[in-house]
Design a protein around this ligand. Structure first.
Ligand code: GLA
Length: 694
């Protein structure tokens, strides 16, 4: 017989043992099947070595307008600006072959630049600005088109590497003779500064994930010479380290600019270091293809080709082909609208609310942009803060919520109060969204359905779990209260941190608030700009948050260390307190054992098995409350060439990296007059704007 919830609460109040309530709990199952959705466009699979190599070519070219700068002595000849052996893209691996110079990619973004100090934690506004400016030691975005048996990060600033025989030391060889966009040499001085004064300095939090734990806690750096260094690791052959040399983790900054502002080298303070290069600061030196030359607040950021870029095509043309990239500072939804309308050039269609209209407009054969869907890799979860020992210095209310977050019945109640069908349909009708329980994504290589525990939607069951967790509506106001000895039996009140910059995040947050209310849990929104949300998230001052998941849950091999609280700062829901201690729950210890095991073994069968167990422990214990997962589409203006087939908007990285923008071009007869600073080169460091040859 099923008890109704009022009876359940009454039973609880009468002190009836929780076992009496079990009858109304709806048991978990495997996840319901997702609607079939075909990705459009198959990647042309290849080996890494087919894409590019490092070698000298007999001659090099630059855009004709740059000749005047060389003649005027403002720039060395192109061959002297390039490394002796530049990175050479193979023509055979491109869609449309050797390109031509000119034109612009006009991006639109919803973020805003805080400044250029990526290493001090400043965002440039996302949408590909930082991806186009920073280059990393290895590269993973394009791995979506690499053969499975050759799957490893691509080289980039690191041109090769080898493990010592015992697997405890990785020797990395940098490209030799590459230069920053102001002509300063790129070498191990930049690596040294990045490692010792960014990654290992607890006062500095780089924008994305790299911390002392990313490479295995205790890993050390050893500089061998100007172009060689070693990472001495703590377990043999940790293959995720190569992924942690890619975007997000090991993209060194210009030490010649950053060092003088860092407190270890006489900089005034950490705050001054972080803020040393505000968005108005032009020509900040980059290793990427484009350099910032114009910034107008709430209007635009313009980047112009880097004269020292160290990549070429097989014909010896220095890349990039595109002279400029623009970033209109608008909204993320406007990015979709403009890309479809042809006033912008690029969008990752990822806000499901815009799908129907975007599809309708793109279906017109005369539409200016093509739109292609990829796999279901856009997914959101609701995360709970699991630190009960001080991270983010919770007050009494927040501490009580953290204790609740750590209660398995409470988490099961929350997940069963979420109606994922309703959530999906509120975003977009049609075969797009899947009911995502959390953990590894369905359809990805390590996902195993039989190991995935799905708690079906059931308000009755949710309420029974909440009762088991000790919550009851003791004051009859429709919301559950803490037991009398916690906060005097006050209503449970939870704050949900979410991102103001994305409409999907807002809609999901509102759905969660409404569904929790139906289950008797009071949730209030704390809606912040993504820049502020990220810093609150890292500092730990939050109860719950909505998060668009990263590549770790898709690829597993990238950011593997972020899958479990292995170190003081690897798991974004559970950092250590100020003393460096993490109060692990027993199932988190299990997750740690499984992920350490995964990192420690190279045996593919063992890895598959460990990930099955990981998924089981994760989903059974509701480590993250999955909300929805759906496919994204790349929208790109039809005038661009060399867009790889089947490029997903998100997998190992975002499409801005996946499509190799430095190799994208516009055929001569399709070129438009969009350049804002034609015939200029970025000026000397510190000067404003671009300079002309005369
Ligand atoms: C934001 C956007 C993504 C992508 C990334 C790139 O997060 O939502 O679509 O453009 O920036 O960093």
């Amino acid at each position: 017989m099923k008890l109704n919830s009022r009876a359940a609460v009454a039973a609880l109040l009468l002190g009836v043992a929780p076992a009496a309530l079990v009858a109304q709990i709806v048991a978990p199952t495997t996840p319901p099947p997702a609607p079939a959705f075909e990705a459009q466009g198959e990647p042309v699979f290849k080996n890494r070595a087919d894409v590019y190599s490092y070698r000298a070519l007999p001659a090099y070219q630059q855009p004709a307008y740059m000749d005047a700068f060389v003649a005027a002595g403002l720039l060395p000849p192109v061959a002297e600006r390039l490394p002796a052996e530049p990175l050479v893209f193979s023509t055979a691996a491109t869609e449309d072959g050797v390109g031509v110079y000119g034109d612009v990619m006009r991006h639109v973004i919803g973020g805003r630049p805080e400044g250029w100090n990526f290493w001090g934690g400043q965002s440039q506004g996302w949408g590909g600005i930082d991806i186009g400016m920073t280059e990393c030691l290895t590269r993973t975005g394009p791995l979506f088109e690499i053969n499975a048996d050759d799957l490893q990060p691509l080289p980039n600033l690191a041109k090769s590497w080898e493990w010592s025989e015992d697997g405890m030391s990785l020797t990395v060889h940098l490209i030799e003779g590459a230069k920053w966009s102001d002509g300063d040499p790129f070498d191990t001085e930049d690596i040294d500064f990045y490692w010792n004064n960014v990654v290992m300095d607890p006062e500095v939090s780089p924008l994305m994930a790299a911390t002392q734990d990313t490479y295995g806690t205790g890993t050390t750096l050893e500089i061998v010479d100007a172009y060689t260094f070693k990472l001495n690791v703590t377990t043999p052959f940790p293959s995720q380290v190569l992924y942690a040399l890619a975007y997000g983790n090991f993209c060194p900054g210009p030490s010649h600019m950053l060092k003088p502002h860092h407190p270890a080298f006489g900089g005034a303070s950490y705050e001054a270091f972080v803020n040393a290069f505000p968005p108005e600061f032009m020509n900040f030196p980059v290793m990427g293809a484009w350099v910032p030359v114009e910034y107008r607040p709430d209007d635009i950021v313009v980047l112009r080709r880097n004269p020292y870029y160290w990549k070429v095509d097989e014909a010896g043309n220095q890349l990039p082909y595109l002279n400029e990239v623009h970033y209109r500072l608008s909204t993320w939804s406007d990015r979709d609208t403009q890309a479809v309308a042809g006033t912008g050039d690029f969008s990752n269609l990822e806000q499901a609310e815009n799908y129907v209209e975007a599809l309708r407009r793109a279906a017109d054969p005369a539409a200016p942009a093509r739109l292609a869907f990829g796999p279901r890799t856009i997914g959101y979860s609701l995360y709970m803060n699991f630190s009960a020992n001080g991270w983010g210095e919770p007050d009494e209310r927040a501490q009580a919520v953290r204790d609740l977050n750590r209660n398995a019945d409470f988490r099961m109640g929350v997940t069963q109060a979420i109606d994922r069908v309703r959530i999906g349909e509120s975003l977009v009708k049609g075969p797009f969204t899947a009911q995502y329980p959390g953990g590894l994504y369905p359809g990805t290589s390590y996902y195993d359905e039989a190991s995935t525990v799905f708690y079906p939607y059931s308000l009755e069951s949710a309420k029974a779990h909440f009762a088991n967790a000790g919550l009851a509506d003791t004051d009859g106001n429709g919301f559950l209260n803490f037991p009398a000895d916690v906060l005097g039996g006050a209503d449970v009140q939870i704050t949900l941190l979410n991102n103001a910059d994305m409409s999907t995040d807002g809609n999901l947050a509102e759905a969660v608030v409404a569904m929790m209310e139906e289950a008797g849990i009071k949730v209030a929104l704390n809606t912040l700009s993504s820049n502020d949300m990220d810093s609150v998230g890292l500092q730990g001052g939050w109860d719950w948050r909505i998060f668009r998941n990263g590549s770790d849950l898709i690829t597993v091999v990238q950011n593997t260390e972020q899958l479990a609280p292995l170190g003081p700062q690897t798991m974004r829901t559970h950092f250590a307190n100020a003393a460096g201690e993490i109060d692990l729950m027993p199932f988190e210890e299990e997750l740690n054992t499984l992920i350490s095991g995964f990192i420690a073994t190279q045996d593919p069968a063992a890895r598959v098995e460990l990930m099955k167990q990981y998924q089981k422990v994760y989903t059974e214990n509701v480590y993250g409350v999955g909300l929805t997962a759906y496919p994204g589409a790349l929208i790109i203006n039809k005038r661009f060439s060399n867009i790889p087939a089947g490029a997903p908007i998100f997998m190992y990285n975002w499409a801005e990296d996946n499509i190799y923008r430095e190799r994208v071009f516009v055929a001569a007869d399709a070129q438009q007059d969009y350049e804002l600073h034609p015939d200029t080169i970025p000026g000397a460091p510190g000067s404003a704007g671009a300079v002309t040859a005369n």
